[in-house]
Design a protein around this ligand. Structure first.
Ligand SMILES: [Zn+2]
Length: 327
C-alpha cells in the first residue's frame, strides 16, 4: 500500500495544508486565511479540519505516514512551542505538536518553516538536482530564514533554534532588528529591508507610479537601468556575501541555496554577493568553482532555490519521513 503524508504551512497570512505521496507528488491541498485574530484555538481547528478532509480524500488509496508542520520561528522543539512569533500575536507558548496530536491522534512533527523549506530543496529541489544531501539555505522573504541540512536531515540545534542565520550580525552597530540585536542580515537582505531602502531613497510610491514601492518594483527599476535601484541590490548582495562568508568558513558545506521571493532578483545581487563572499572567506577562495553558475564536485556551490514558494509546504510533508538529527 502506498503511503502519503500531510504538510501544514502556518503563515501569518495564510494557512496551507496539502497531502503528498512519498515521491512528493501533490494529492490535494486546502488553503485558508490564518485566523490570527480569532486566536490559537480557531487556527488549530482550521488545521485539523483541513488535515481530516485530506485524510478522507486520500485515505482509500494509501496509508498516512504522519503530519508535518512548518511554523514561523523561533520555536522550542520537539514540542513545537512558539516563543515570540512576530506575525502570530497571542500565540506565545502554544505547543503545536502537543495540541495537534491531542486533536488528530496521529504523529505530528514540527519544524521551523525555513528548516522545512531547506529539507524540500535538499530532497526535491536544488540539492537533488546537484546531487548534495548537505546544504544551508537562506530564504529571503518578509524576513530572512535559514535552514541547515546535514546528510539529508534537518540540524535544528539542541532546542530547535539552530539555523537562524538571518539574525547573524553583518554590520557592527547596524540597523536595529525586530529580534533586538543590531546589524542582522535580515535588516539588509529581506524584501522588507529592500522596500525600506527604496522608500528612503524614492518615497513610498514606486518609480513608475503604479503602486507602493516594493522589493519587486525596485528590482524592475534596476533591470530597466536605474542606477540607484541597482545600488540597493548591490547592498543586498554585499550583506548576503558577508553572511555567506561566515557560513562557508564555519560549515564547509558543498551547497548554499538562496530562496524566497527576493531570489527573483538573483542577477541583480549575485555579482556583489560573490565578490564579498570571495573577499570574506578564504575557505571559499580555496573551494571556489571554476564557474559559479555550474555545479562542481568538491567545491563550494551557491545557487538559487529551485522550488519556489511551495518549498515550505512540501518540506513540512517530508518531516514524517526524515526525522531531524536532533530527534
Ligand atoms: Zn535580528
Amino acid at each position: 500500500m502506498s503511503t502519503f503524508s500531510i504538510g501544514i504551512d502556518l503563515g501569518g497570512t495564510n494557512l496551507r495544508v496539502a497531502a503528498f505521496t512519498s515521491d512528493w507528488k501533490r494529492r490535494g491541498a486546502i488553503t485558508t486565511p490564518t485566523r490570527v485574530k480569532d486566536g490559537p484555538g480557531a487556527v488549530l481547528d482550521d488545521m485539523c479540519a483541513a488535515v481530516q478532509q485530506l485524510i478522507a480524500d486520500c485515505g482509500e488509496s494509501g496509508e498516512l505516514a504522519g503530519v508535518g508542520l512548518g511554523s514561523p520561528g523561533p520555536l522550542e522543539l520537539p514540542a513545537g512551542r512558539l516563543l515570540q512569533p512576530p506575525n502570530l500575536p497571542g500565540f506565545e507558548d502554544l505547543e503545536l505538536k502537543t495540541e495537534l496530536e491531542k486533536r488528530l491522534r496521529v504523529p505530528v512533527v514540527v519544524e521551523c518553516d525555513a528548516n522545512a523549506a531547506a529539507l524540500a530543496e535538499c530532497h526535491a529541489g536544488a540539492g537533488k538536482k546537484s546531487g548534495y544531501q548537505s546544504l544551508c539555505m537562506l530564504t529571503l522573504g518578509t524576513g530572512v530564514g535559514s535552514g541547515i541540512i546535514l546528510n539529508g536531515r534537518v540540524w535544528h540545534g539542541f532546542s530547535g533554534m539552530g539555523g537562524e542565520a538571518g539574525h547573524v550580525p553583518v554590520y557592527h552597530d547596524g540597523l536595529l532588528c525586530g529580534c533586538g540585536s543590531r546589524g542582522c542580515l535580515e535588516q539588509y537582505a529581506s524584501a522588507t529591508a529592500i522596500a525600506r531602502a527604496g522608500q528612503n531613497l524614492f518615497g513610498t510610491r514606486s518609480q513608475n507610479g503604479a503602486g507602493k514601492i516594493t522589493a519587486r518594483s525596485i528590482a524592475e527599476a534596476a533591470q530597466a537601468g536605474d542606477a540607484e535601484s541597482q545600488h540597493i541590490y548591490d547592498g543586498v548582495g554585499q550583506a548576503l556575501g558577508i553572511g555567506l562568508a561566515s557560513l562557508v568558513s564555519t560549515l564547509n558545506l558543498p551547497l548554499y541555496i538562496i530562496g524566497g521571493g527576493v531570489v527573483a532578483a538573483w542577477q541583480l545581487f549575485a555579482p556583489s554577493m560573490f565578490a564579498e563572499l570571495d573577499r570574506g572567506s578564504y575557505i571559499y577562495r580555496l573551494t571556489r568553482p571554476a564557474d559559479v553558475a555550474v555545479p562542481e564536485a568538491g567545491k563550494t556551490n551557491v545557487f538559487p532555490a529551485e522550488l519556489g514558494p511551495d518549498a515550505g509546504l512540501l518540506g513540512a510533508a517530508m518531516l514524517p519521513f526524515f526525522q531531524s538529527l536532533n530527534s
